[in-house]
Design a protein around this ligand. Sequence first.
Ligand code: KPL
Length: 286
Amino acid sequence: MREVQIVGAGAIGSLFGYMFAKAGCDVLLVARGRRLEELKKGVVVDGLVKDKVDVDVSDKPEKAWLTIFAVKSYDTESAARSVRETELALSVQNGIGNEDIISKYAERVLGGVTSYAANLKDGVVVYAGKGVTWIGNWKGCREDEVKDVVNFMEKAIDVRVAEDIVEMKWRKAAINAVINPLTAITRKKNGAILKELWGSAKILCRECKLVLRSMGYDVNVEEEVRKVAKLTAENRSSMLQDVERGKRTEIDAITGKFVEEGKKRGIDVRANELVYNLVKAMERMH
Ligand code: KPL
């Protein structure tokens, strides 16, 4: 049985794969198509670290102690269905809803939020920012099992136990709901949020704040967005990268969830609905 397998070898999945392999862990990266072929030659990292490491790769999951999901949210269902034997499952994906999908197929599930920043450029992982990964029980994990996962993962990455992982997922989703669609629509780097996009960003921040408040979470969304936009000013958001590559985006798992929750709770989320519709229209243009 593998110690850890990572399903999805985009930027974060590949970066974590590199880090686990470097730390001497028994790690398998599960990828498909061109990415699988690239990874057969090793994970190449640039940016904060310049290195290359060989990793085990496959197009199918194996039996593992821990399975980390790093696929795009619209691929979660098929990825979770393909993982037949894992003791523990952890999502480090953006957006809301992934852990619930994984919970249909796995007995013990952890939720995760990561602020590690990476991009994939011509098959190379550009490691753009060292972050922290927060994890917590989502379904069926005892406290000692969560601690075991932290103890294992901290050999390779900075990881901590989240007091309330549901709240952390929504906080991160709010940041994504402001930065990602605005940068994707305007094709600007995250830093533009602090400048020419701030007027629009503020409107989205306000709606997200109201949705979070109605869920019992008091979050200064404007402050959090400003902080992240400053830290990642030179980044192209994941949604912008998807749009530039003509790929489907994660708008449903991010903005879509704020629109859904807002409407359910009688909150005016028309700005979120507008950017949702614009990004959907951009997806249809490809
Ligand atoms: O998570 C991100 C993303 O691009 O998806 C942010 C935090 C906005 C950094 O780019």
